[in-house]
Design a protein around this ligand. Structure first.
Ligand code: ADP
Ligand code: ZN
Length: 797
């Protein structure tokens, strides 16, 4: 429960606002914001907030003067979903300027908030009702560029500004700067062989393995790195296996050395690196698309831009779609600059978080690599933002504040006066459209580095070359795997589906086993002997008999997941050393790094994996990639299904033949004539994207038009229908606007909630934020009904 608001006008209960943006009158957002396109790099205009926003982003350092006899007041934004800041009185004993982190009373509690720029949303609260700021905290202030960014994101996504602020204040700023912590080292002389086996459970062995490098680690870090419980660590300490050791006061955010020589760049790479360096040295906003085939040296080249940023004395931010799978990237960074970068993602421990947040705020972390949430860190002087794999949907946050980190990175760069570089081998149509419109510049690397050729891609028509009954790998692919292994090279089989089988069917009555909470089939996980829902986590034992008709031995798995492919591969290649890479088989962040190491060290012959394997791995001995089901992902009515399938499969394909030996990619498909397969085989992405553009342009589908999705959810179907119908009746009309729905969402029930969707489709010049705000303000929804707004939706489920 959120605290209810007392003593302030305009709090509208506070509680109900959470997650419901309906009827939030007085929403403190910036009028006229609709004139901004994320990509246009324009500044907001015609708004009352402009004066505070632009053009200079420097902090005002004069205090708000109060007329004689009146209290000095400051607006304070709190990290809760309120419509805007609240006014507080600033006692004479305190000084506070925008950005300062303060402690203020809210209800009967003290809350951390940030002194904001614009006056409180609640309007004029009389002096006598103002409550005083309790304290100004000894914490680095939120820089003006970050405050403007928070306002911007809130206005664009229609999220309450306080909810956006919460993403920037995740760190408990109340805590004093962290002092040295208490950690553990392995007791000296503790070689596994000397230790009685009884004491060394596998869990304990994992802990010792992690501590093997002699660096002390805190309990929380050990728990994260090994997946063991804190009790195991405590038990080991009690048994004398671990000794206490002080943790370093601050992690070594040592300065990366930009003067260290990088690799000798090819002429094409040099040209691109120079252009990027110039963009950084210009110390102004620009957006560049860096595209180039997989293995062309894009990373190598953008590290040159990072070097320039360091030389300029500004901070660089690199966003990676999946930081937990980026061990190889981090190693490369360290090779290039001599030290590790600061890291930011949701799994960091509280202590590291606090240290990192402060280091960023104080400019002591020159380079930070992070997940999308890193955009909300308090960089005082950001000089470069890189978005690697910019086409990745992982950059879209779907929960809480729904935003696209690639688009918001461009906004952040603009507000910081810094260049943004979007990197991909298969750029999104959104980005390509911006290039075409002249808003983004494009730099291109046409060939793989060092003369390595791109893999040969072949479609295997499953109609002509079907697998054996009950199997999923075509004889054509089996043969190629056999040849590859015989040559001593590595092969990889890709299937983007966890578990054993995606569907369990009763042969007697045709019943399909469904999740009780979701419109989804349960997925069999044979190793764990359960059926689970990949959406809500529901799990149940695999039943012996059909729950519908009671027939025994009639339940049969339909279709493959990686577990089933693994089973098939074991019988086909009993000698091969297998490695399965899926998010449920490698839960810890170190698992993927260890897998990558084992593959590079040739301790593995055959890799079977889900999309984890598609990430930017560099496996020099891998020469064959087999895509088990290339058609997966093309079904459903998703606007971007084809584009996304192409991007994913191209990335998987890009793992093959990155070093000397040429690579081959086999796509198992039932429709080799599909444009996605044709483009993968021919390598003609330009042609494919041109076709995509041609299909989306006439109907004003993104990026040639705008979409805003409203997702209505409720405990009962009736409540969801009613609210959706009311919203449908109040839908905006007009030139260039269409509202589709309401209709049941593809997941009509998700985690027990009934869901309906409406989709606003508008021409690009339509001010959708204002439209949607006005629309929502007309409709009152019942208790328990939630309306989520998704501007620029990526998922349509
Ligand atoms: P991309 O990011 O385009 O996939 P990378 O930057 O990862 O390409 O480069 C692919 C591989 O080639 C990496 O192992 C990288 O270290 C190597 N490489 C790229 N350019 C050079 C170069 N100029 N000299 C030496 N190695 C290079
Ligand atoms: Zn479920």
């Amino acid at each position: 429960m959120r605290p209810a608001v007392g003593g302030f006008r305009g709090g509208h209960g506070g509680v109900q606002v959470f997650g419901v943006r309906v009827g939030a009158e007085g929403l403190h957002t910036i009028e006229g914001l609709h004139t901004i396109n994320v990509e246009a790099g324009k500044t907001p205009s015609g708004s009352h907030a402009d004066a505070a926003m632009l053009p200079g982003l420097s902090d005002e350092d004069e205090r708000r003067a109060a007329p004689p006899g009146r209290k000095r007041r400051v607006p304070v934004l709190l990290p809760y979903p309120f419509a805007g800041p609240f006014d507080y009185a600033l006692p004479d004993t305190l000084a506070a300027v925008p950005g300062d982190i303060v402690l203020v009373p809210l209800n009967r509690r003290e809350e951390v908030g940030v002194v904001w720029d614009a006056p409180g949303a609640a309007g004029e609260v009389p002096d006598r009702k103002l409550r005083p700021v309790s304290a100004v905290l000894d914490a680095p202030p939120l820089p003006a560029a970050l405050r403007r960014f928070i306002d911007w994101v809130a206005a664009y996504t229609l999220a309450p500004p306080g909810e956006v602020l919460a993403m920037a204040l995740r760190v408990n700023a109340l805590q004093p700067p962290p002092g040295p912590g208490q950690g553990w080292i392995a007791a000296p002389g503790l070689a596994a062989a000397e230790t009685p086996a009884a004491r060394l459970t596998p869990a304990r062995q994992r802990v010792l393995a992690v501590l093997g490098d002699g660096r002390p680690r805190g309990t929380a870090e050990l728990v994260r790195a090994t997946g063991v419980g804190a009790g195991v660590v405590r038990g080991m300490a009690d048994a004398g296996l671990l000794l206490p050791a002080g943790l370093p006061a601050l992690p070594p955010f040592a300065l990366p050395d930009p003067a260290r020589p990088g690799p000798d760049l090819s002429p094409a790479q040099q040209e691109v690196a120079l252009a990027l360096r110039e963009a950084v040295a210009a110390r102004g906003f620009s957006v560049t698309l860096l595209d180039g085939v997989t293995g062309s040296g894009k990373t190598e080249v953008y590290l040159e831009a990072v070097a320039e940023c360091l030389a300029q004395g500004r901070q660089a931010l690199v966003l990676l779609p999946e930081i937990a799978l980026s061990s190889q990237w981090l190693e490369r960074f360290e090779r290039r600059f001599g030290v590790a970068p600061a890291i930011w993602h949701s799994d960091l421990g509280a202590r590291t978080r606090r240290i990192t947040w402060r280091a960023v705020a104080e400019g002591a972390a020159p380079v930070l690599v992070g997940a999308r949430s890193a955009l909300f860190l308090p960089f005082p002087d950001l000089g470069l933002i890189i978005v690697d794999e910019e086409h990745e949907t992982a950059f879209k946050q779907e929960e809480g504040v729904v935003y696209h980190a690639r688009d918001m990175a461009v906004v952040r760069a603009r507000l910081s006066g810094a260049p943004a570089v979007l990197v991909s081998a298969t750029p999104s149509l959104e980005t390509l459209a911006n290039v075409e419109a002249g808003r983004y510049r494009r730099l291109h690397l046409p060939t793989r580095h060092g003369g390595a050729s791109l893999p040969t891609v072949v479609a295997v028509d499953l109609r002509a070359h079907p697998p054996e009954r009950g199997h999923f790998i075509s004889p054509v692919l089996v043969e190629r795997v056999r040849e590859t292994l015989a040559r001593g090279e590595q092969a990889m089989l890709f299937l983007n589906r966890r578990g054993y089988a995606p569907l369990t069917l009763c042969r007697a009555c045709g019943h399909r086993i469904q999740c009780p909470n979701c419109t989804a089939w349960l997925v069999e996980h044979r190793a764990k002997q359960v059926l689970t829902c990949h959406h809500c986590g529901h799990a149940e034992p695999i039943p012996k008999a059909c729950p519908q008709c009671g027939a025994e031995h009639s339940l049969t798995p339909v279709g493959p997941g990686v577990e089933r492919i693994t089973e098939e591969v074991r019988t086909l290649f009993p000698e091969a050393r297998l490695l399965v890479m899926a998010s449920d088989t490698m839960p810890g962040p170190n698992d993927a790094a260890e897998a990558a190491r084992a593959i590079a060290a040739r301790e593995v012959d055959l890799i079977i994996g889900t999309q984890i394997v598609a990430k930017g791995w560099h496996f020099p001995h891998l020469t064959l990639v087999g895509v088990v089901d290339a058609d997966l992902g093309l079904g459903g009515g998703d606007l971007r299904a084809a584009e996304r399938t192409l991007q994913l499969l191209h990335q998987v394909a890009g793992r093959a033949g990155r070093a000397g030996a040429p690579g081959t990619v086999l796509l198992q498909t039932f429709s080799p004539e599909h444009p996605v397969m044709r483009a993968l085989v021919s390598g003609d992405f330009k042609g494919f994207m041109a076709e995509e553009a041609a299909t989306r342009r006439p109907g004003h589908w993104p990026p040639y038009g705008r979409l805003v999705a409203l997702i209505v959810s409720a405990d009962t179907a009736q409540a969801a229908d009613e609210a959706a119908r009311d919203l449908g009746r109040a839908a905006p009309h007009g030139e260039g606007i269409a509202v589709l729905g309401p209709a049941p969402a593809p997941f009509a029930i998700l985690r027990g909630r009934h869901r309906r969707r409406l989709l606003l489709k508008a021409r690009r010049d339509v001010p959708v934020q204002r439209l949607v705000r006005a629309w929502l303000a007309q409709v009152r929804v019942g208790g328990g009904v939630r309306v989520e707004v998704d501007v620029d939706p990526v998922s349509f489920l």
